[in-house]
Ligand binder design. Structure first.
Ligand SMILES: *Cc1c(COP(=O)(O)O)cnc(C)c1O
Length: 483
């Protein structure tokens, strides 16, 4: 192990001091006795240079979208322009207090108002609330709106939400949290809705259908208009999981397809670094007849003044104050950077890049859904099944070559799923590098399968017991010492 791979506690040397304060510059304060420590805090003692090296080394242990290609399907890991971060952290935004009088936060309210309008324009829905904190949170908001709508119509026997089996796990989870019963319907081989299965479950107990389009296999739901007609005819509402909106930007609008409600993952489609649980923002948008159910607050414009408003039948607020304002600002900057003239290129380039990789690798990797894909696609492991090399082995081997793995073992409809999404921001050179490495790995699977099965070999930690790491994580230095 290299010296700086040690924990900062292991580098500690009692008495070593990494800071210097002039006593005379320090304010004289006396803290109440009950707030004082009984004994000294156990802190590592290292030099300033030691601290700098420690944190710099720690920052380089992780893989991020800024260290290499990150083709994680369903997550839309794209370049996050630094100017977005810079603008979001301007003191005028960063220091806003949530209870400040509205006339002092007109700039932020304007950004909220305009972002919501741009999302309306791009998705074909009437209005948005930017309150929810993430996609899943937006789903919950949307389902609460569906529930409130049916309750207002005294249509309370509608207790079921239809979710196709190709859906993201958050869909059935959100439905359950909202008190609905999930009805799972089997998808066709390509993850699209099986129309017979849909017809079978539609009835007067159905509150709505949740759908991702293009779906998680990267296939556009070509029967969407018929699906929409059937669900509406049965009295249900149509929920659009907007995590894959990236594929449609500039080409199609969920509102035009008949969707009544959507969430949009700002942190996926419109930049903001994400992963590890945040930060995110999942604005929820609705069609005209559901506008009065939107969560609080919504921002309205009265003359030249922006005001916070509450919808008349609002489901209430789902998060503190404005929601994740800094993510909204980043999305606003991203949208404004492209502008109306260029925003429409995002979808087509994302789709082109995905098709380029798919076509360049499908002779070596199993492509269960052949044909034109949208912004992502799924391989079902290697074509040559004789080597015993699994998707997990390929994912681990890619790390050795400096590439992040695609999403693996999702969607669940194939046993060796490997879901690849390059996004619109990658250059042809990067795509070619990735294709070369994927081809090299496929060759290694035949020539030297053991190397793949024991990969990664060049990362700081080798193959982990992922179940144990998730269930019994070691989060404290003391526990590591006891291992
Ligand atoms: C990411 C994702 C979600 C959940 O969004 P979060 O912002 O992570 O809560 C839902 N559905 C699909 C298809 C997704 O890819």
């Amino acid at each position: 192990m290299r010296y700086y791979d040690r924990l900062i506690f292991e580098m500690s040397n009692p008495g070593r001091i990494g800071y210097h304060f002039k006593k005379k510059d320090m304010p004289d304060v006396t803290l109440p006795k009950q707030l004082l420590r009984a004994k000294k805090a156990e802190l590592p003692e290292v030099s300033e240079f030691g601290v700098v090296r420690h944190y710099t080394n720690v920052s380089q242990k992780n893989f991020g979208v800024e260290t290499g290609f990150y083709p994680l399907g369903s997550c839309t890991m794209k370049y996050n322009p630094k100017i977005n971060d810079e603008l979001a952290t301007l003191p005028g935004f960063a220091n806003i207090h949530p209870l400040q009088p509205q006339h002092t936060v007109q700039g932020l309210l304007k950004i909220y108002h305009e972002t919501a309008r741009m999302l309306s324009e791009l998705s074909g829905l009437a209005a948005y609330s930017l309150n929810p904190f993430a996609g899943a949170h937006g789903e919950l908001a949307g389902l609460m709106i569906i529930k409130a709508y049916h309750e207002k119509n005294k249509d309370t026997k509608r207790t079921k939400i239809i979710v196709p089996d190709s859906a993201h796990g958050t869909n059935p989870a959100s439905a359950t949290v909202c008190g609905f019963e999930t009805v799972e319907i089997k998808s066709n081989l390509d993850g699209t809705i099986n129309m017979d299965a849909l017809r079978e479950v539609l009835g007067d107990d159905i509150a709505g259908l949740m759908l991702t389009n293009p779906n998680t296999a990267g296939v556009f739901e070509k029967d969407i208009l018929e699906i929409s007609r059937l669900v509406h005819e049965a009295g249900g509402l149509l929920y659009y999981d907007g995590a894959n909106l990236n594929a449609l930007l500039g080409e199609a609008k969920p509102g035009d397809m008949g969707f009544n409600i959507t969430h949009i993952n700002l942190h996926k489609t419109f930049s903001t670094p994400h992963g590890g649980g945040g930060p995110g923002s999942g604005p929820v948008g609705v069609c005209e007849r559901l506008v009065e159910f939107l969560p609080d607050p919504v921002v309205k414009k009265e003359g030249d003044v922006y005001v916070l408003d509450n919808a008349s039948d609002s489901i209430g607020s789902l998060g503190t104050f404005f929601g994740n304002a800094s993510v909204v600002i980043r999305a606003y900057v991203y949208l404004m950077t492209f502008g109306k003239e260029h925003i429409g290129k995002i979808g087509p380039y994302a789709v082109l890049n995905a098709n380029y990789i798919q076509e360049s690798l499908k002779d070596l990797y199993e492509l269960p859904i052949d044909g034109h894909c949208m912004h992502e696609f799924v391989f079902d492991g290697l074509k040559d099944k004789s080597t015993g090399v699994k998707t997990l082995d390929i994912a681990k081997r890619l790390l050795d070559y400096g590439f992040h793995a695609p999403t693996v073992y999702f969607p669940l409809i194939f046993s060796q799923s490997m879901m690849i999404e390059p996004t619109e921001v990658e250059s042809k050179e990067t795509l070619n590098d990735f294709i070369d490495i994927m081809r090299k790995v496929a060759k290694e699977a035949i020539d030297d399968p053991e190397t793949l099965k024991t990969a990664p070999h060049h990362t700081i930690v080798r193959r982990l017991d992922e179940a144990k790491a998730a269930r019994q994580p070691i989060l404290k230095f003391k526990d590591l010492q006891n291992e």
